[in-house]
Design a protein around this ligand. Structure first.
Ligand code: NAP
Ligand code: GCO
Length: 262
């Protein structure tokens, strides 16, 4: 039997993490590099890609960065083909790129609703569809979709985001169902409330939401991107080859907790 710690290694693997110039994607890519993987990432413009390349270089990671809007299927197909030509067939795909618009539903335009669903749900479909054929040919693959607490819960002003992330949970289960026969595992990570630019507006001093989240989290703190690194490596490694269609919530216990008693 192989030493169990070797099953967590990503040596020799090629990983694509979308939207990974900073934030959660950057942390996951860093973890994968530390576990031995070759890192490919994209972001929506050259400025962000350059920022990401510099940040990876500063921590000793020689990443491959590409400009690509994940909602554009033609561009995504080109991206995957370019990575396969320049780096190799993708073993691990993390659908991380995402946006949120916090607008009361009755005030949200259909266009804004569609924009959120386009990035947070349609794009993981597009990118997974592009990566799957050569994962099948290669005989293995890992797809990890970055879901959310809002894959399970709703709250005011995030109707589009919750709808998209709920759909992403079911897309995760369907990819697992349809492609598990090819030794491809598709799972989700559901981060709790994590300190990144996306949640910065919620963490401003004096914002009652900040105290609310801390009272709803048994760990009594916001998550950090580092909290996601170990779970992400697990789901990308052969240690999880019989885990499929699962959403691993990394939330400090929010989903299990009614909230601090008054
Ligand atoms: P973030 O700081 O906003 O980073 C998201 C990244 O995706 C940014 O680099 C963004 O570029 C990029 N992106 C957006 N639209 C794109 C597109 N069409 N094509 C390519 N790249 C695109 O978000 P984060 O907090 O790191 O979150 C990353 C993922 O985790 C998202 O899916 C988010 O929904 C999810 N999540 C976050 C939390 C949290 O508490 N932070 C919790 C649960 C789940 P721009 O800078 O141009 O926007
Ligand atoms: C919000 C937050 C959340 C987090 C995350 C929680 O406005 O409620 O942005 O949606 O980003 O998705 O898991």
């Amino acid at each position: 039997m192989e030493n169990i710690m070797k099953t967590f290694s990503l040596e020799g693997k090629i990983a694509l993490i979308t939207g990974a110039s900073y934030g959660i994607g950057f942390a996951i890519a860093t973890a994968y590099a530390q576990a031995g993987a070759t890192i490919c990432f994209n972001d929506i413009n050259q400025e962000l890609v350059d920022k990401g390349l510099k940040a990876y270089e500063e921590i000793g990671i020689k990443a491959h960065g590409y400009v690509c809007d994940v909602t554009d299927e033609a561009k995504v197909q080109e991206l995957i083909a370019k990575i396969e030509k320049e780096v190799g067939v993708i073993d691990i795909l993390v659908n991380n790129a995402g946006i949120i618009k916090r607008i009361p539903m009755t005030e949200m335009s259909a266009e804004d609703f569609r924009k959120v669903v386009d990035v947070d749900l349609n794009a993981p479909f597009i990118v997974s569809k592009a990566a799957l054929p050569n994962m099948i040919k290669k005989g293995h693959g890992k797809i990890i979709n970055i879901c959310s607490m809002m894959s399970e819960l709703g709250r005011e002003t995030v109707s589009a985001y919750a709808a998209a992330k709920g759909g992403l949970k079911m897309l995760t289960r369907n990819i697992a169902s349809e492609y598990g026969q090819y030794n491809i595992q598709c799972n989700g990570i559901g981060p709790g409330y994590i300190a990144t630019p996306q949640t910065a507006p919620l963490r401003v001093p004096g914002n009652p939401f900040n105290d609310f989240i801390i009272s709803k989290t048994p760990a009594a703190r916001w998550g950090t991107t580092e909290d996601l690194m170990g779970p992400a490596v697990f789901l990308a490694s052969s240690a999880s080859d019989f885990v499929n269609g699962h959403v691993l919530y990394v939330d400090g216990g929010i989903l299990a907790y009614i909230g601090k008693q008054p």
